[in-house]
Write a protein that binds this ligand. Structure first.
Ligand SMILES: [Zn+2]
Length: 301
């Protein structure tokens, strides 16, 4: 019995409905609560470290203060406008941003206990917890398209990266593991790039939906999948812009869906959900059932 925890960055509850991608709607689905700490809106490494630890950024130590998804505030601001600019203006802005961008800061990793410390758990990449290099690759692609990388190259690289992550996840289902964790940045990168470009973003949602379906098809009868996001994405074509803020900034519409009869209601509740669904199983699927008396006799308590 294996639980897959699939972190689909920026999967937006409103856009799931707007685009009608049924593959994101498993047995139980709902919009969930998320939070902002260092910034006005949810910040990716902070939220994913909270998902994995159940702790606040003060407690797990991964915060956005002093770091930016966009290397520096100039680039972050530029990301909100690049969609509205023509190619040559984008290129000029890109060079300006490149000149102003110094050495990139690394994403930290928490020292706190995480859900991936449990017996039989495997994790591929998870912001703030384990191996931020895939997230850095996705951020590099976001920077590249802001500097004028052709869309077909951006999509080829971005979906290629996502395909590797989904492929690894499917392979892990063939092994004796209790929990599989993977973070996929495809929808966040595409959401920033296509916040004013409805059809390309719809295509990316549909493509990622097919990745999810392939994963669902690979689940065994006792396996479960929880997919969730850290926030959504504001776009020019969904929601009211005056209420929603700038397209290409993060929205509050985080989302969760699972193959079971429940989902966590809040990003802080994921640890409990995981405990409930995997903690009493050993890797081989046998229930651990040791009573207090035995533990006392063995000298553990
Ligand atoms: Zn994010």
């Amino acid at each position: 019995m294996t639980v897959v925890l699939l972190a689909l960055d920026a999967l937006d509850a409103g856009l799931v409905e707007h685009f009608g991608v049924a593959e994101f709607e498993l047995e139980t689905s709902q919009q969930i609560e998320t939070f902002a700490h260092a910034k006005d809106m949810p910040y990716t490494p902070e939220v994913w470290a909270t998902v994995a630890t159940g702790l606040s950024p003060e407690e797990h130590g991964i915060t956005g203060s002093g770091t930016s998804e966009w290397s520096n505030p100039v680039l972050e601001l530029a990301s909100q406008f690049t969609g509205r600019l023509n190619e040559s203006t984008r290129g000029t802005l890109g060079r300006f941003v490149r000149d102003k961008t110094g050495e990139r800061e690394q994403i930290g990793e928490t020292d706190a206990e995480t859900i991936f410390d449990r017996d039989g758990a495997v994790v591929h990449n998870w912001p703030g917890v384990y191996d931020g290099s895939d997230l850095q690759r996705a951020w590099d692609l976001m920077n590249a398209i802001a500097e004028g990388m052709p869309k077909h190259e951006f999509e080829r690289e971005l979906l290629g990266l996502g395909a590797q992550q989904f492929g690894w996840t499917r392979e892990m289902l063939n092994h004796d593991v209790s929990l599989i964790g993977v973070h996929v940045h495809t929808l966040d990168a595409a959401g920033h790039a296509y916040a004013e470009d409805e059809e390309p973003l719809r295509r990316i949602y549909e493509r990622v939906g097919r990745f999810v379906d392939e994963l669902v098809q690979a689940l065994g009868p006792d396996d479960d999948l929880l997919l969730l996001s850290d926030h959504g994405m504001r776009t020019s074509f969904y929601g009211k812009e005056d209420e929603e803020g700038f397209p290409a900034s993060h929205s509050w519409r985080a989302y969760a869906s699972s193959t079971t009869d429940s989902v966590p209601a809040d990003v802080f509740d994921v640890v409990d959900w995981i405990d409930e669904h995997v903690s009493h199983q050993t890797v081989s699927g046998e229930r651990i059932d040791i009573d207090e008396e035995q533990l006392r006799n063995l000298g553990y308590i």
